[in-house]
Ligand binder design. Structure first.
Ligand code: G4P
Length: 528
């Protein structure tokens, strides 16, 4: 096996999807703990507090107690290189999560045992399903009273329409949650630690006949375990690795991220079963990760991560070849050749300079202002990876600058924040960029925008919400703003000078589409 193949084979790049509060931050932290990237896990709160210190605009997250940004963390575990793509849980940022999922090779679906499959999990699950990536399920908070494990498997099948195969089974529930039974090896792992979760939890292993193990489990719990296992063997789905690979069967693990119970067992199985980076579709056909030419795509852009330096980072998922710091690459959409002199990788909570990276890795590269989400970079070829679809905006607002002296900062701020993909910017055909109309998927995006414009660009704005809920890109012969205009709609231009028409509702759109057969209305912008 060549060096690059070895490096590819040991990589696992995945994202955690869940409903807010299911324990994603806690689980991420515990994975880092077991990966040796953290020596002592603090409480989730203190970790969150530390993160906020990194970037001042995250103050907003702190106030609201939500996680807005996605971060990328890398650590080594048993010879594997693990890349965790963290994603915001709040639904208003689901587009950000969606893009992050485009950069992941598999997903971990985290479920709160007491709540089961929640709304946000459902949405994100469907994105993974569409992409056909393997989905691993971790049922969390087993240290609390929750739903019965068999009912939870039933819920996966009924609500998400996915088969499941429990890799392990909980021994006891709630405060009696004492260990797990691993089905493949028929081994029991009992947790003997205090369960505070700050350090790796010691375990004792044995099998169902081992007196030391049996003696440590109360009789009722033991009987329940045996009954459950019998039922699973009889009525459960069969394990099938091909179905797992296609995302049609999810391996299920039980545990408690808070007390660390089951985290190690999960991680050990996960690294064996989760896929290494594989080939990707492009405009020039399949691109194999081991092909020598470096290539990747931008899935996230973030400005001002460090308030002391007004820089912008583009997060690139490497798809093929080897990245070397200082290498020259081509930005395919513009044909510009740039040197990747500054590049960052994110280990635990620190960003460090990276000299070499492989397919599956995420690097943060300095953005001279040319990158947009979805852009492909290569060493010399002109192919592009599949575009990252945008969510159609559903909320629209006109933004006004309060102090005309700040016009330059205002235009720059809006431009940078739209390039990050948080909001989409449109303008009136006859006016410049003074009072742009912004489109967003969730109302929080306007709040973040307002907050960041004030704190990062020193610009005061007012936001005038508009009564539209649907945007369509209009294409056709000889279209003009005038020909598209009606009593009820608003005709705007996007940054590529495409016409965008806003409608009040679906009904208004249908009515107009019926009358204007010469116009094709698209849900997404036409390709650049
Ligand atoms: P999130 O990133 O998915 O939003 O969740 P996060 O890790 O912040 O966890 C949400 C809450 O759930 C936290 O409580 C956390 O301690 C708790 N939690 C996470 N994993 C477990 C688990 O395995 N068992 C139990 N019992 N609790 C768990 P918190 O910060 O104290 O806040 P709150 O409970 O007041 O909301």
């Amino acid at each position: 096996m060549s060096e690059i193949q070895k490096e590819i084979q040991r990589r696992r790049t995945f994202a955690i999807i869940s409903h807010p509060d299911a324990g994603k931050t806690t689980l991420t932290e515990k994975l880092l703990l077991y990966g040796g990237a953290l020596r002592l896990a603090g409480s989730v709160k203190s970790r969150k507090a530390k993160q906020h210190a990194v970037s001042d605009w995250m103050e907003l997250e702190k106030q609201r107690g939500i996680s807005v940004t996605s971060s990328v963390l890398q650590f080594e575990y048993q010879g594997n290189k693990i890349n965790i793509l963290d994603t915001p849980g709040h639904q208003d940022f689901s587009e950000d999560t969606y893009r992050t999922l485009m950069a992941a090779d598999s997903a971990v679906m985290l479920i709160d045992a007491a709540k089961g499959v929640e709304e946000q999990t459902k949405k994100l699950f469907h994105v993974c399903r569409q992409r056909g990536i393997p989905i691993f399920t971790f049922i969390n908070k087993m240290d609390r009273q929750g739903k019965e494990p068999l009912d939870l498997l039933d819920e996966l099948e009924k609500v998400l329409n996915i088969k499941s195969y429990p890799m392990n089974w909980p021994i006891g529930r709630g405060s009696e949650f004492k260990g797990i039974y691993e089905r493949a090896t028929a081994k029991i792992e009992l947790f003997t630690g205090s369960g505070h979760g700050a350090t790796i939890v010691p375990t004792q292993t044995g099998d169902l006949t081992d007196p030391a193990i049996v003696g440590a489990i109360n009789e009722q719990v033991y009987q329940l375990l045996k009954d459950d296992l019998e039922l699973l063997d009889l009525a459960g789905d069969e394990f099938d690795s091909e179905l797992v690979a296609r995302g049609e069967l999810t391996p299920v693990f039980f545990g408690s991220a808070l007390t660390n119970f089951g985290v190690e067992a999960f991680l050990n199985s996960f690294i064996k079963m989760a896929p290494a980076p594989h080939e990707k579709n492009s405009s020039a056909g399949i691109i194999k990760p081991e092909q020598p030419e470096f290539s990747g795509f931008v899935f996230k852009i973030q400005a001002n991560m460090d308030p002391a330096h007004r820089d912008r980072l583009a997060f690139v998922r490497i798809c093929s070849g080897v990245f070397h710091r200082g290498m020259m690459v081509k930005h395919v959409p513009t044909g510009k050749v740039i040197r990747l002199a500054q590049s960052k990788q994110f280990m635990a909570q620190d960003a460090s300079t990276v000299d070499e990276a492989y397919p599956g890795d995420i690097i943060g590269i300095f953005d001279p202002g040319i990158f947009r989400i979805g852009d492909t970079i290569t060493e010399k070829s002109n192919f592009t990876f599949e575009p990252i679809p945008k969510f159609p905006p559903e909320l629209f607002a006109r933004v006004h600058l309060r102090d005309a002296m700040k016009r330059k900062q205002f235009v720059k701020g809006i431009e940078q924040l739209t390039n990050e993909g948080a909001v989409q910017r449109f303008r009136y055909p006859d006016i410049g960029l003074e009072s742009p109309v912004l489109g967003a998927v969730g109302v929080l995006q306007f709040e973040v925008l307002e907050y960041r414009l004030t704190h990062e660009y020193g610009v005061d704005i007012s936001i005038e919400h508009l009564p539209y809920s649907l945007a369509r890109w209009a294409v056709g012969e000889n279209l003009t703003a005038r020909s598209l205009k009606s009593m009820d709609n608003l005709v705007l231009l996007d940054d590529d000078d495409n016409y965008v028409v806003l409608f009040r509702n679906q009904w208004a759109f249908n009515w107009e589409a019926e009358r204007h057969k010469e116009v094709t209305y698209l849900e997404n912008p036409p390709l650049r």
